[in-house]
Design a protein around this ligand. Structure first.
Ligand SMILES: *Cc1c(COP(=O)(O)O)cnc(C)c1O
Length: 454
């Protein structure tokens, strides 16, 4: 048999297709891709035309040019999906972040006095109004806020925590490990299901630095349970002369009860209950950028601000600008995307499903079945973990010979990946998080759907 030989790299580079690749991706990348395709052909003993090799190189380069951080469509039914970057920001927060990226801002500059200022001052007044706390401090995330509290007040001393609150959150955030890393000694009290005020009382000693209350976040204990509220702990902490820290985790500035969700104390309520320091996240229920808050009495906050670790944990100007705009939205009574998604009426979601089902069926082509079905959403990120909100999803049944897994993986491979969940041989695309203004973009995202091996 006649041995087959693919063309040389320089021969492929002479084609119009390759010239376009060089213009778009640069000579080095284009030549490297062409070389890789030629090597594959040679290994397979195939001869391909220079044009065909140019086209395959174009596909390879287009794939490589796609950012792994490109936007995706969150149809998972989890509003604050930690793996998808939690909260999406309001238009005003995005505009503020963009402006802070393009232009200098008065980050640590007192415009009235014309001299040095402090970066956390930008949101101090807003936070005082929204939470009632005297002072505030901002860090990289809530994990950092908790770490800074412990490092500032409890290094080499004891922190009393209920055994029912020794949580592990996604990744490696385990309360006992955080305590150890901050040099504090964990003093566990009570049992997994029941802790009483007398347990805290009995653990108080010379070595006690803090009493800490931690939101259970991602689990619920039911049945024969009892916990001591922060409101009950506050007088005990005051009598003992040790600060009470309440780590709210998600923390909400607004009451969740009107949404039919279980009551959670708001940040303002946690402050009013008498906690000396309250910590919470920026990108969970607050609906802002990743950030951590430690708010409370001015003396305690000033000690934290003076800790050398604060500098290593501080918020950058981009997120600070976005956070300031997010808090301003609250002040004006405007819902951010997280709250808009949580508040969205089920009738509105069902209407979107009725609009979108025929459009999706059309873009997917023959053989696909698309139906609107009832679904449930969760909030995510450890906020009200067992609560659900009613929703509507598009249920996509693939044609004969294509599995739902294969369909899900093709959706994840799109230029704008669509991420849903599998349910009984169908792909469910929950619509609660799809804003009406994004519907055209969402349908358009499916245009390039292709199945591996077909
Ligand atoms: C989520 C959470 C944290 C960590 O917050 P991040 O902002 O993700 O760092 C800490 N404590 C509790 C109780 C949480 O729920």
């Amino acid at each position: 048999m006649q041995p087959t030989r693919p063309p040389s790299v320089s021969r492929v580079l002479e084609t119009d297709a390759a010239r376009e690749l060089v213009a778009e991706h640069g000579h080095a990348s284009a030549a490297e891709a062409i070389r890789a395709i030629i090597a594959t052909c040679r290994a397979a003993g195939e001869a391909a035309s220079p044009e065909a090799i140019g086209m395959q190189a174009a596909t390879l380069l287009a794939g490589e040019a796609r950012s792994p951080l490109r936007p995706v469509w969150n149809c998972t039914g989890t509003i604050l999906h930690t793996n998808l970057g939690r909260a999406t920001l309001s238009d005003s927060a995005v505009a503020a972040a963009a402006a802070a990226m393009r232009r200098p801002i008065a980050l640590e500059y007192d415009l009235a006095a014309g001299g040095r200022g402090s970066r956390d001052d930008a949101v101090a007044d807003l936070l005082r109004i929204l939470t009632g706390a005297e002072a505030s401090l901002l860090v990289n995330n809530n994990a950092a806020a908790v770490m800074l509290v412990l490092a500032t007040f409890a290094r080499g001393r004891e922190v009393i925590v209920s055994r029912g609150e020794l949580i592990e959150i996604g990744g490696a955030f385990r309360l006992p490990d955080i305590m150890a890393a901050a040099g504090a000694t964990l003093r566990e009290v009570g049992t997994t299901n029941r802790t009483h005020l007398r347990d805290y009382e009995a653990a108080l000693c010379e070595q006690t630095a803090l009493i800490m209350k931690v939101h259970s976040s991602n689990f619920r204990i039911e049945g024969f349970t009892s916990e001591v509220s922060a409101a009950e702990l506050a007088p005990l902490a005051r009598r003992a002369g040790v600060p009470l820290v309440n780590d709210l985790g998600s923390g909400t500035l607004l009451d969740m009860a009107p949404l039919g969700l279980p009551r959670e104390p708001t940040v303002a309520e946690a402050v009013a209950e008498g906690a000396d320091i309250v910590t919470f996240s920026g990108d969970k229920l607050l609906g802002g950028p990743q950030a951590g808050f430690a708010i409370g009495g001015a003396d305690l906050v000033a000690r934290m601000a003076g800790h050398p670790m604060k500098r290593a944990m501080r918020l950058d100007k981009i997120r600070l600008a976005a956070l300031e705009a997010t808090l301003r939205d609250y002040r004006r009574g405007r819902d951010n995307p997280t709250w808009a998604a949580m508040r969205r009426d089920i009738g509105d979601i069902a209407a979107a499903a009725a609009r979108l089902a025929p459009r999706l069926r059309e873009v997917l082509g023959p053989g696909f079945l698309v139906e609107a079905v009832a679904s449930t959403c969760q909030i995510g990120s450890g906020a009200a973990p067992t609560a659900t909100l009613p929703s509507t999803a598009l249920a996509v049944t693939p044609p004969e010979g294509v599995s739902a897994e294969c369909l899900a993986s093709a959706c994840r491979a799109l230029d704008e990946p669509v991420i849903g969940r599998l349910r009984e041989g169908r792909l469910l695309l929950d619509l609660r998080c799809l804003a009406s203004r994004d519907e055209d973009g969402f349908i358009g995202a499916f245009a390039g759907l292709a199945f591996a091996g077909s």
